[in-house]
Design a protein around this ligand. Structure first.
Ligand SMILES: [Zn+2]
Ligand SMILES: [Zn+2]
Length: 285
């Protein structure tokens, strides 16, 4: 099984694995980017860009591994690594140490980021960085896109009329931007108030490390994580199209997590609910 888990969220695919405390690495192939690299499945190693949220090993510890896979697969382009600026030098040290150990250079470019920074990724899209509440300083990432929208004063026009007026060069449209996909990394429920734009993001990848009484909501908050109870309390606030739950604790088998998410969220959310889980009832590895 090359790719542990896949979720189709509208036109975007989320592939990879996010197992709380063990490994998180998720690819969105349509955007050519990877979020975090606890351990990179070999089929995702050729992704051009990697965005790292924070320094916990289950999110950043696989950097040397993905760079090594790219050498094995002769990927010519350097991996573009975007990471919080406060861990970038240490990540460079790790890579340099392994270059010495192997006596072989890696192909990699580092881009240190802070909150508020913007990274253009082509096709009118850009990634914007925001602070995410966790036990370590963490950056979350939202992909924004620019789209052409009919100006409100023309919304009453029928299709053929719009076409005719457009041909005459009338300025019927305006450019607007919208959040397409958000990954806050490890976070807490406080994120919803700190970064309300995530509630409008068409796709939101949200960690729900615990999803039943095995841990309380307060315990989750104390450890810098989200509990499904907290998400259910705020269910009406989520105006996304797709809400993808990730980063489940290994206290749950994939089958348990799937059933609990399904039963507890049924009929309560506007967005379609997904859980990033393997089909098999065991976690890979
Ligand atoms: Zn984690
Ligand atoms: Zn963490």
């Amino acid at each position: 099984m090359a790719i542990p888990c896949t979720v189709q969220a509208g036109q975007y695919t989320i592939r990879g694995l996010s197992l709380g405390g063990i490994e998180t690495c998720m690819q969105v192939p349509q955007l050519g980017l990877l979020f975090d690299v606890g351990h990179c499945p070999r089929s995702l190693a050729a992704t051009p860009r990697l965005f790292i949220t924070h320094g916990h090993a289950d999110h950043a510890g696989g950097l040397v591994g993905i760079l090594s896979l790219r050498l094995v697969y002769s990927v010519e382009a350097p991996l573009e690594v975007y990471a919080p600026h406060w861990i970038t030098d240490a990540l460079k040290d790790v890579v340099a140490a392994f270059e010495r150990i192997q006596d072989q250079p890696y192909k990699v470019n580092f881009h240190p980021l802070g909150k508020g920074d913007v990274v253009p990724i082509g096709q009118g899209r850009e990634v914007r960085c925001f602070a995410s509440p966790h036990v370590l300083p963490t950056l979350g990432y939202t992909v924004w896109e620019r789209v052409q929208k009919l100006k409100p004063e023309f919304s009453h026009l029928a299709g053929p009329e719009i076409g005719a007026r457009k041909k005459l060069g009338e300025p019927l449209f305006e450019t607007t931007e919208r959040p397409v996909l958000t990954f806050p990394g490890d976070t807490t429920i406080r994120l919803l108030d700190a970064q309300p734009h995530i509630l409008e993001s068409r796709i939101l990848l949200l960690e729900t490390t615990y999803i039943d009484g095995r841990k309380t909501a307060q315990q989750c908050l104390d450890h810098g994580h989200v509990h499904l109870d907290q998400v259910l309390e705020r269910a009406a606030d989520f105006r996304n199209e797709h809400l993808v739950f990730t980063h489940f604790s290994q206290a749950y088998t994939p089958g348990e997590a799937r059933a609990i998410v399904r039963d507890r969220t049924a009929g309560r959310f506007k967005p379609a609910i997904h859980a990033l889980l393997p089909d098999a009832d065991t976690w890979p590895g």
